[in-house]
Design a protein around this ligand. Structure first.
Ligand SMILES: Nc1ncnc2c1ncn2[C@@H]1O[C@H](COP(=O)(O)OP(=O)(O)O)[C@@H](O)[C@H]1O
Length: 192
């Protein structure tokens, strides 16, 4: 593995609640499996899955300060909801604390919540695994997205975007435009 897995798990056990560690391990495993099915680098997918939520429980002021220090663009929605920066900040922790240098892994961590148009396969894999790993539950909607993902990674991505957008609308929350761009891109990508 690119990083020392046991060290990351020990760090997570200190910094996130045990239910979140279970989710993270679920994302790690599902990322590896999806990578295998879709002929992507399994080790990179697994590493990005393991590290995607390092900063999940950092307080808002810490997320904002770390993002500012690294010159990450803090747009209007992230300014109002700094929690969305946990993805970018997790990539910072992966690089600074665990010395991850691989750009594809770092991008996959940074893109796991909002997605991005033109995502790499590794980014797509972590994006869907975060929403679909087994600890997320077992209802019809989740299972349909899982089926789609095994058949076509891009179909999985756009279906996950659809459901995320639908849930944000139901809760009356703002929708980050990057997730809309991700949906449109992934939908197009299923046709080529
Ligand atoms: N595309 C988006 N636009 C705006 N808010 C979002 C978007 N995606 C997720 N969120 C919000 O960000 C928070 C964290 O999302 P996420 O990391 O996916 O949640 P979790 O892993 O805890 O289920 C949630 O409150 C969610 O509503």
């Amino acid at each position: 593995m690119v990083v020392e897995r046991e060290k990351v798990i020990a760090w997570l056990e200190e910094n996130v609640p045990s239910s979140r560690v279970q989710h993270i391990l679920g994302v790690e495993e599902m990322s590896k499996q999806v990578a295998k099915v879709h002929a992507a680098d399994e080790e990179k997918a697994q590493t990005a899955g393991l590290m995607h939520d390092l900063a999940k429980y950092f307080p808002a002021d810490q997320l904002l300060a770390m993002a500012q220090e690294k010159k990450i663009v803090i747009d209007e929605i992230c300014a109002v909801r700094p929690h969305l920066l946990h993805a970018d900040v997790s990539a910072i922790v992966a690089e600074d604390t665990f010395h991850v240098k691989d750009e594809e892994i770092l991008r996959a961590i940074a893109e796991h919540t909002l997605g991005n148009a033109e995502m790499s396969k590794i980014s797509c894999i972590v994006f869907v695994a975060d929403k679909l790993e087994p600890n997320r539950g077992d209802d019809e909607e989740l299972n349909a997205m899982r089926e789609a993902t095994w058949e076509s990674l891009y179909r999985g991505v756009y279906q996950v975007c659809d459901v995320s957008i639908k849930k944000l609308i139901q809760k009356g929350r703002p929708i980050h435009p990057r997730t809309v761009a991700t949906r449109n891109w992934a939908m197009q990508a299923t046709k080529v």
